[in-house]
Design a protein around this ligand. Structure first.
Ligand SMILES: NC(=O)c1ccc[n+]([C@@H]2O[C@H](COP(=O)([O-])OP(=O)(O)OC[C@H]3O[C@@H](n4cnc5c(N)ncnc54)[C@H](OP(=O)(O)O)[C@@H]3O)[C@@H](O)[C@H]2O)c1
Length: 263
């Protein structure tokens, strides 16, 4: 299916591309013909993933502006272009009621979840996209549409990322399209504490009857960055198994119970 998306020869950076949603995105971009650069903090996983994809990898934290400049420079040096940026790396910390949150940890959430995507888009814009165009997808969350227990820092920063997506879409048009994908609960390490204790109970509360797989989200990202979505910018694509419309569906919603009881 993805081969019709015409990504052959285009170059992509996927932050947090070594596991979970980012790994699936990087894999599907490569399968669609793109040249892929993955990032993450663990250098062994970066090296292994890059080798699996036939691409390149740069180890480091997106919280470090120098790392983001290096990623851009390496992608351009290796591929000669940088058409696609997927801002996927994120933190769901600090976890807990906001009155207990350390403001320094709160700031770190914004550095990783909001500031880093802006910095990487600035790098890509200055180095390639301003002149040649491109496409950006920011990974937000279905949870940004409402409040939830203990996820105040995560939800607030992801809501800021949603607005950043819209602002950039307006500012960078028509050359660069900027969209977001907002996943519901997906089977990854980050969300394991929510889905693993009694997955069937969580799934029963979702209109489409199962939690998401990383590939569900990756298909949406690949479509959005491709020319098939050439008239779409500033959009947020929910990939959530119907989580937002669950109130019209029989069955309870176990996710908030899990968030409430987790530490
Ligand atoms: N899973 C869900 O249910 C869900 C729902 C809604 C939204 N999302 C969003 O989906 C995205 C991916 O999450 P995921 O669930 O796939 O997480 P994951 O399985 O924990 O994977 C996270 C990836 O990001 C990397 N990473 C983490 N912090 C980083 C940093 N500071 N700098 C660079 N890389 C970093 C990790 O590698 P290292 O640890 O080696 O750095 C890993 O490759 C996130 O934006 C998340 O907010 C997830």
């Amino acid at each position: 299916m993805t081969s019709s998306y015409g990504l052959k020869g285009r170059a992509a950076v996927v932050t947090g591309g070594t596991r979970g949603i980012g790994r699936a995105v990087a894999g599907q971009l490569a399968a669609a013909g793109a040249l892929v650069c993955v990032t993450a903090r663990d250098p062994d996983e970066v090296r292994d993933t890059a080798a699996e994809l036939g691409g390149i990898g740069v180890a480091g934290s997106v919280a470090d502006p120098a790392h983001l400049r290096e990623v851009t420079e390496r992608a351009l040096a290796e591929f000669g272009r940088l058409d696609i940026v997927v801002n996927n790396a994120a933190t769901n910390q600090p976890y807990g009621p906001l009155m207990d949150v350390d403001p320094d940890a709160w700031r770190k959430a914004f550095t990783v979840n909001v500031e880093a995507p802006l910095r990487l888009v600035q790098c890509a814009w200055r180095a390639w996209m301003r002149e040649h165009g491109g496409s950006v997808v920011n990974i937000c969350t279905e949870g940004a549409g409402h409040v939830g227990p203990h996820v105040g820092a995560y939800g607030t920063s992801k809501t800021a990322l949603l607005r950043l997506t819209q602002q950039l879409a307006g500012e960078l048009a028509p050359r660069v399209r900027v969209n977001s994908v907002s996943p519901g609960l997906v089977r990854t390490e980050m969300a394991r504490f929510v889905w693993e204790p009694g997955e069937s109970e969580v799934a029963a509360g979702l209109p489409l009857g199962r939690i998401g797989e990383p590939e569900d989200v990756a298909r949406a990202v690949v479509w959005l960055v491709s020319d098939a979505a050439e008239w779409i910018t500033g959009a947020d694509l929910l990939v959530d198994g119907g989580t937002r419309v669950r109130a019209a569906c029989p069955g309870g919603y176990a996710v908030h119970d899990r968030l409430r009881s987790a530490r």
